[in-house]
Design a protein around this ligand. Sequence first.
Ligand code: ADP
Length: 477
Amino acid sequence: MKILHLSFECYPIAKVGGLADVVGALPKYQAKLKTESNVIIPFYDNSFVRKSKKKELYQGKINLGNQFYEYTIYKNESKKIAFNLFYIYIENLLDKENVYGYEDDLYRFLSFQLAALDWIKNNEVSFDVFHCHDHHTALIPFFINYCEDFIDLKDTSTVLTIHNAQYQGQFSHDLVNLLPSFDTNYSGLLDWYGQINPLATGIKCASKVNTVSPSYMEELKEKANGLEGLLRTEGYKCVGILNGIDDLFWNPETDKMLVKNYKQTNVVSGKRKHKNELCKKYGLNPEYPLFGFIGRLVGEKSADLLPEAIKEAISKDKEISIFLLGSGHKNIEDELTNLKEEFKGNFNVHIGYDETLSHLVYAGSDFLIMPSRVEPCGLNQMYSLRYGTIPIVRRTGGLKDTVIDIGDDGFGICHDQASVWDICYSINRASILYKDKTFFRKIQKKIMKIDHSWAKSAQDYLTLYTSINKPSQIYND
Ligand code: ADP
């Protein structure tokens, strides 16, 4: 079976969040299941793409409205990537440095999808499944079913994975001319609440739809930024498949970004070394329990609650250390930065994105805080388990599916509400746990053994692909 993953992110080439980790890891595990996994992403103007060896495969043209764009398909030849990787180059559209945040993002998303389909249609390449990731590539199932230009591809099965339903890519019907001409009997498939909504269209038209954890799918059926009713109606083809982690990369025994590798048998000394390093660098006391946080500083992650929670927690207990790594909303960044002076010695923050530092935080922290309001799957908690760091999570989405409270014979600390009070209560429970060294060490060792590798999830995806008889021509009767 030949799969083509269409995505705007793929680790290590272009990463904003978990989507990159998934697209950069799942193909490697699919290859072990004798599935040929291919990935196509934009040709970013970044050092990875510039430096890596690649071969030009094809040149073609697409149009968005009445504007023509030339595109070039490249195949990666760098050995650093263990699966077939293709790039699409379009001058001034797909050759940008960052992944998102440009005024012409809509043009970038559309041109990427159209160039990918145009290349496949005009060449000897074929795939059994188009695996689309998030709204950026969610119009593919519509294009192949209802656009004359791509109708030859209509027998290709399609899977849409929703990594985050908050972002749906809506745009006005006034821009419908940017799309290739389609059978207007089906224009209703493009609409959701008066706008063209790529994510909604993907949910309607894909052969199968999945979220990145079972609980997130159930939650979306209740509340999904307007898509809840649609997900309930299309529920017969929707499932939740938990993300895995790339345990070849996220492994304290082999992790090249660590100061010293460690495993279960020397977890205490291994973690101590990283904790000392982190605390020394950021002026924290290594004798106190160290609470880490890594992530986007946005409301979804409850980052807006963190400044207040930090003040409360440290005011109540002077014997804790908290370290945050993240970037996001400017006001949250500023609030956190302002706390550094007041809580010097107990709290520090690094504003920015730093992959190496993130590994140090996973390895050096005693606890990792994830009080998210929304967490489609969450990878941080699985990384932290692997590194012997006890997760403190709000029971939501994938966090609910992967962390069991110590009170229920589990290994983590869980709370229900996204509130300052709940976060502080959990920090307090963690501090008490930290003082019971025997129990604390037992939990540390226990969590390192939990297997969250992609092996099972890759098999679940294969089952999903093979459950598709034909693309869903459900609206064609
Ligand atoms: P999301 O995709 O919602 O941001 P996930 O938990 O799915 O959240 O994935 C987050 C990934 O991004 C993890 O690999 C995490 O380590 C990484 N990450 C997030 N913020 C930072 C940061 N500031 N520096 C380094 N890595 C980060």
